[in-house]
Every structure is written in C-alpha cells, then in structure tokens.
Design a protein around this ligand. Structure first.
Ligand SMILES: NC(=O)c1ccc[n+]([C@@H]2O[C@H](COP(=O)([O-])OP(=O)(O)OC[C@H]3O[C@@H](n4cnc5c(N)ncnc54)[C@H](OP(=O)(O)O)[C@@H]3O)[C@@H](O)[C@H]2O)c1
Length: 250
C-alpha cells in the first residue's frame, strides 16, 4: 500500500468514526427523516442523482493504473458498473418519490465526497496497487466467498428496493412492506448493502473496502433502527416479530 493510499484511507476511517458518533444523535436528513433544521434541501430524486454522480470518477482513476486492461481488474470494474447502474441511475430514476420528499444539501455534498473517495480507493487498488489480481486469484477462497457474498447482497438490494417501489403503486404515503426479506427485517436493503460491500472488500482483498463498509455501517445501522421504531410507532399492525436489520438478532 502506498503512503498516499494509507493516508487517504486513514482520513476516510476517521470520517467514518465521526459519522458513527454523529448518527447516534442525528438521523440522516432525507426521505422520512428529512427536516429543515439542516438548511437547504433538494427534491429527493435530484438529491440521489447528484450524490451518486461522482461514481464516474472511478473510471478515470481506474484507467490511469498500469493494470487497467488486465482481466481480473476489469472484472471488478464490471462489478462497480453493475452496482452503480442501480444505485446512481435505476434506483433514483425509478423511485416513486412523494412530491414533498427532500434530501438535505449537506447530505448530498457529504455523500458526493464519500462516493469520490470510495471510487479512488477501489480504482487505485484494482488497476494499480493490487498485484495479486491475476487469473490465479479467481480460484482463491477469498475471491469466491467474497463474490458470492457480493452477489447475495446485491440481489437482496434489488429485491427489497423493488418491493418498496411496488408499495407506492396504489398509495402515496407509507405502507407496511411485506414479502422477500421484509418477512424478517424492516430494512433488508440496508442489510444487502452491508453484505455487498463486505463481499467486494473480501473478493478484492482491498483495504479501501473497509472505508465504504465503515461509512455504510455508520449510516445504515442507526437508520435501520430508527426506521424500525418509526414503523412500530406510525403503522398500526406492524408485524411484532420483525427485527430492524439482522434476522432474529438486531
Ligand atoms: N452505503 C450507504 O452508506 C448507503 C446510505 C444510504 C442508503 N444506501 C442505499 O440506498 C438505498 C436507498 O436507501 P434509503 O435510505 O433511501 O431507503 P428508504 O428510506 O427505505 O427509501 C427507499 C425508497 O422507498 C420509499 N419507501 C421507504 N419505505 C417505504 C414504505 N414503508 N412505504 C412506501 N415507500 C417507502 C422511500 O420513500 P421516501 O423517500 O418518501 O421515504 C424511497 O423512495 C438502499 O438500498 C440503501 O441500502 C446506502
């Protein structure tokens, strides 16, 4: 790992730790938890599109690396594309947003920084620093288990987001989500996200993967718990056995 890489990663992990502390006191102000207390805000769809847009910088950083044309780094660039095709385009464009749903500008700006650093850490690793990413790596248990975890997480994200979208077909507010992994938890899409980033970090053996995993956990664990409490308080008949994020545990 180069000194620059280690420094960026360290700063990223400090940011993740601060976010974890902040999340104890503040619910990230977008969607159902949006509030004018955090200054100007944007319509939620525009917020998502802007926040995730820096994912394209990954390709610039990736192309600059000496291994950019090798098959295994290219395979992971394809995984990056798969992920962000959903997160940056399909999810925001297909969402059935409430007209009043907003995202604080602060969330958009911080999120853009996170996506940029995330892209730099992965791209620099994949096409530059990671000399182990040869064809032999495709037989390594870390790759196989990591890819499996990533794909399971990604499938869970897609399924759960589709169920949430479907709830707004006939209603404009909030409805109890049912089916898929909503049988067990209130936020299976967050669980999918955490599984996917764990899997990608393992499959690439990328230290920078710890950054996105830490930031995601700092955001999504408290948000899942807050969402779960909100459902229990606001939606009559909410299934009592359901947990927030991890079936039977949390
Ligand atoms: N890696 C990270 O750090 C990170 C951080 C945040 C999100 N994400 C990912 O981004 C995706 C979206 O996250 P999110 O926090 O926006 O999820 P969310 O709060 O569950 O909202 C997703 C969409 O579903 C709608 N929705 C939620 N619950 C609903 C219900 N009960 N009835 C009807 N509609 C409902 C929301 O509408 P409203 O906008 O009107 O609430 C929104 O359009 C997830 O897959 C998540 O894992 C990742």
């Amino acid at each position: 790992m180069s000194e620059t890489y280690a420094n960026v990663l360290t700063i990223g992990l400090v940011f993740a730790a601060l976010s974890a502390v902040g999340s104890v006191f503040v619910r990230s102000p977008y969607g159902r938890f949006a509030t004018p207390r955090f200054g100007p805000s944007l319509p939620i769809r525009l917020g998502w599109l802007l926040m995730e847009a820096p994912f394209v910088a990954f390709y610039v950083f990736f192309a600059a690396g000496p291994r950019a044309l090798e098959p295994v780094p290219l395979l992971f660039a394809a995984v990056w594309t798969l992920h962000y095709a959903n997160r940056a385009l399909i999810f925001p464009l297909a969402m059935r947003a409430r007209p009043e749903s907003r995202m604080a500008l602060l969330v958009v700006v911080l999120g853009m920084g996170v996506v940029l650093v995330h892209g730099w850490l992965y791209a620099t690793w994949l096409s530059g620093l990671a000399s182990h990413l040869t064809l032999a790596w495709l037989r390594d248990p870390r790759f196989l288990l990591g890819l499996l975890l990533y794909l399971a997480g990604y499938a869970l994200i897609l399924q759960s987001e589709a169920i949430l979208r479907g709830l707004r077909r006939d209603a404009s507010g909030y409805v109890i989500p049912r089916g898929g992994a909503f049988r067990w938890v209130s936020c299976p899409h967050y669980l999918g996200e955490l599984l996917a980033w764990t899997g990608l970090a393992l499959a690439t053996w990328c230290p920078g993967g710890l950054f996105v995993l830490a930031v995601s956990a700092a955001n999504l664990v408290p948000r899942a718990r807050a969402t779960h409490r909100w459902y229990q308080e606001e939606l009559a008949g909410y299934p009592p056995g359901r947990r927030a994020l991890i079936p039977f545990l949390l």
